[in-house]
Design a protein around this ligand. Sequence first.
Ligand SMILES: Nc1ncnc2c1ncn2[C@@H]1O[C@H](COP(=O)(O)OP(=O)(O)OP(=O)(O)O)[C@@H](O)[C@H]1O
Ligand code: SF4
Ligand SMILES: [Mg+2]
Length: 328
Amino acid sequence: MVEQILSVSGLKKYFPVQKSFVERLLSGKVDYVKAVDGIDFEIRKGEIFTLAGETGCGKTTTGRLIVRLIEPTAGKIVFEGRDITHLRGEELRKLRRRLQIVFQDPYASLNPRMRVGDAVKHPLEIHGIAEGGEAKKLVLEMLERVGLTPPEQFYNAYPHQLSGGERQRVALARAMILKPDFVVADEPVSMIDVSLRARILELMLELKRELDVTYLFITHDLAVAKYISNRIAVMYLGKIVEIAETREFFTNPQHPYTMALISAIPVPDPKAKRERVILKGETPNPINPPSGCRFHTRCPYKMDICSVEEPQLLDIGNGHYVACHRVS
Ligand SMILES: Nc1ncnc2c1ncn2[C@@H]1O[C@H](COP(=O)(O)OP(=O)(O)OP(=O)(O)O)[C@@H](O)[C@H]1O
Ligand code: SF4
Ligand SMILES: [Mg+2]
């Protein structure tokens, strides 16, 4: 039987929209951005589970909810069989050691006034794992492990002295030094030079094998998702519309939105033709998402029922889940 490490059910995050006093007075109500609007999935121990989808669909919010950086509006998060949705204080602090996140932007996630060595050492100190010379030794080993050599030189450097790729290696070192069980990697290669991406992804795969860690990998780039994932889930406007094993996902996509995303991946061989599904219009506003299926305003296969009834995420076999009236 496949062992689950994490599951979420009915997970929601609504952010109140900031309004001026006059706007509030005129509208008389608070509006919410429905960033994550009722999602369910489980992640198996040791796998790389990817969340994909266009900008603003709720990927980062989901990652931040899971590592408990933000409070959910509703729903449940279970980690290793334990409900962690409302953990606080010391219990939450202990959990943080095991659940780490690598942020989307390595420039913003490192304190510019903190030397690299101190930034990587900090988690060891706050979790009481090591201090002084012992902590420094662990940091130097980790810097070397993520390819920042000679490690002594990087230990004393400031973030602004590093390239984007080096900063992302520091962010990985900082997350991995605690030997976590679960890491949310939020677009870890999107801000670095294309030529360096494969090397960073390779490093992440090596660390995963060595440290026996499970990843929730977040990307808007399906070519990256194909390279790294065991399973892929696609989000659209705060909802999950499809989940499948990577091979099944690319050979047998069922949701029209997934099909459109796959068809937009550049083909390396210009002679290899692929039919491109062009989506109409822009992504709708998450404050007031479309009724029924949220994708109906852009879907080339829209039927009458689609704007009325919301399709549920259903198992169509082989662990493949789809939320579309055309499929159910
Ligand atoms: N703190 C916040 N306050 C208000 N709205 C927010 C906040 N964080 C995110 N949002 C909104 O929630 C929605 C989802 O944002 P999120 O950052 O999760 O998307 P994403 O899929 O990670 O996008 P990207 O690919 O651009 O990183 C967006 O409409 C965003 O503007
Ligand atoms: S439910 Fe209807 S609108 Fe939504 S993806 Fe399926 S066919 Fe398209
Ligand atoms: Mg994001």
